[in-house]
Unconditional design. Structure first.
Length: 338
């Protein structure tokens, strides 16, 4: 279970009345306006009466939830992107949606480097040998020092991976991100290139871009074909970014040296997923952002923005800032926070 929170009435920063309840995991069904959620929206509807502020982690905040919260003035989502909140509907109702960008960036960056090392050195396979009583070297490993790392997406996570790779392993870092200015890349010591150049020149390619749940893969068979036969592909971003069948074919036929994944097109992964049968891949069950520090960091970011809002200030991390520019009659509480 995951604990969700509803702030019933504000009454000033030091006068919050807070209700909490346990969100029960249920089978995930397709809900309009939200994705990547857990739990039942009915639980929110049953608890939201009289609440002025709603704070969730993974609970689905649908249009029905927002309608049930007739007193709602603010919605907070403790995630890097509020994908489980119907932001469009909240915007139509004049309710700001705040979120926690970068809350898990350090943890994801750590695991990314860990997966690179694990696959390059065959750590998981060596561990499996030892656990089964076999003393054997599964393969000769590859060193990171001085190699070229290609980063697809130089945002909160990608920039931290770049820092670790450059300063910890003396790696040359290339990046593809059409939204990052050249000056920012230069600050990080990273060279911006097009995607094709990155794929051709990198010894390790790691994906850190975002994509909508229904988006087509950004990295396809044609992209993988550009990579060196000695290269490794890592994905700790979103499963639908990468064409899993194309990756399987490339690994099965030794077109690339290896891969490491923490995210998948379908989660949980089916037991008959062909990737599970390969020896040149390291797999983890979507744990990159699961550290002891992440919930505390997310709570701090949300709490700071809630405090700003209660004091009559504009929150820092707002997914729908247009609600402050276009105050409707039902959103008079936003006036003065422009």
């Amino acid at each position: 279970m995951i604990r969700e929170c509803i702030v019933a009435r504000t009454g000033g920063v030091k006068g919050l009345e807070i209700r909490e309840y346990e969100m029960v995991f249920t089978e995930q069904k397709k809900l309009q306006g939200v994705s990547e959620y857990w739990g039942d929206s009915k639980q929110l509807i049953d608890n939201i009466d009289g609440a002025e502020i709603l704070i969730v982690h993974v609970a689905p905040v649908t249009a029905e939830v927002i309608d049930a919260g007739a007193s709602l003035k603010l919605i907070g989502c403790c995630r890097a992107g509020p994908v489980n909140v119907d932001v469009a509907y909240a915007t139509n109702k004049g309710v700001p949606v705040i979120y926690t960008p970068g809350r898990n960036a350090q943890g994801v960056a750590d695991l990314t480097i860990g997966l690179i090392i694990a696959e390059a050195r065959g750590i998981a396979r060596a561990h499996a040998f030892m656990k089964s009583g076999i003393w054997s070297v599964p393969e000769l490993g590859v060193e990171l020092w001085g190699k070229t790392l290609g980063i697809v997406g130089l945002g909160n996570v990608g920039s931290r991976v770049a820092f670790r790779a450059k300063n910890g392993f003396n790696m040359k870092v290339l990046a593809y991100d059409p939204y990052v200015p050249k000056e920012r890349a230069e600050e990080l010591g990273v060279k911006l290139v097009d995607l094709e150049t990155l794929l051709r020149e990198s010894d390790f390619v790691t994906i850190h871009s975002r994509a909508p749940p229904d988006a087509k893969p950004q990295i396809t068979a044609e992209h993988i074909a550009l990579m060196k036969p000695t290269a490794y592909l890592i994905n700790t971003a979103r499963g639908n970014i990468l064409d899993e069948q194309a990756l399987y074919d490339a690994l099965k036929n030794d077109r690339i040296a290896g891969a490491a994944l923490d995210v998948y097109a379908k989660e949980p992964v089916d037991s008959d997923n062909p990737l599970l049968k390969l020896d040149n891949i390291t797999l983890t069950p979507h744990i990159a952002g699961l550290t002891r520090e992440v919930p505390l960091r997310a709570a701090e970011i949300i709490a700071e923005d809630v405090a700003r809002f209660i004091k009559g200030e504009r929150p820092k991390n707002v997914q729908n800032p247009e609600v402050f520019r276009n105050c409707k009659p039902e959103a008079k509480h936003l006036e003065g926070r422009l």
